[in-house]
Design a protein around this ligand. Sequence first.
Ligand code: IPE
Ligand code: IPE
Ligand code: MG
Length: 249
Amino acid sequence: MSHKNSIDLQKVPQHIAIIMDGNGRWAKQQGESRIYGHYEGVNSVRDVVEGAGEVGVKYITLYAFSTENWNRPKEEVDALMELLVSTISAETPQLNKKNVRLQAIGNLDSLPPACLQELNESIDLTSKNTGLTLVLALSYSSKWELLSAVKQIAVDVKKGILSPDAISEEHIKKYLCTKQIPDPELMIRTSGEHRISNFLLWQLAYAEFYFTEKLWPDFRKEDLYEAILNYQNRERRFGKTSEQLTQTK
Ligand code: IPE
Ligand code: IPE
Ligand code: MG
């Protein structure tokens, strides 16, 4: 039986963030080049996005390329950028068909112009869709994001628009790339690594973490459903005691 049937549709996380890791190791296992693993990873993206939409997830953020990933060998970086352009252009009609809206977070100006153009076109072409929002984290790192938020707040203070005492969580949120997006309730990382690698440090403050040994090219919607079920069996206490939670039920 599919895990899908066991999911409580009233308690599906509205935002799931995924660190898609393990493409290189997957390719190595097949005796192929790392780049082959990235190509195969696209099939997982397609399936997981479809699966998320089927159970009513509202936002899915995929960590596709980190600030640190620019330090990989040039051939790999170039191949990833080309894959990004070709995938976005090939998948946009399907995104529209499935009512998926594309968005992106990160230092997008650092992407190659062709890549940025394709991305912006797809964001534009899917902007009216009302189903799942697919957020690609590209040239993204949380420290970069927080640093740029701090700089913008400092400018407001300098201009006299904002007093240091008045700075609140809301001001910080306003300057994050995710200002329009609710914080993820669930963060999934594939490939057995137990770290967040500079991903959404602020936004994941109270997220539930789910780690799986599966390498990203092997991850499918059924694995997503397993993660959602695991999430649904957790008690989210937000600092309170377990008794307090049951009293208010
Ligand atoms: C994740 O897979 C994809 C990106 C970071 C772009 P990796 O390429 O990190 O695969 P491993 O971790 O080396 O197996
Ligand atoms: C994190 O994976 C970034 C993405 C999935 C895009 P990495 O494979 O780059 O992370 P580290 O370097 O092993 O922490
Ligand atoms: Mg990796």
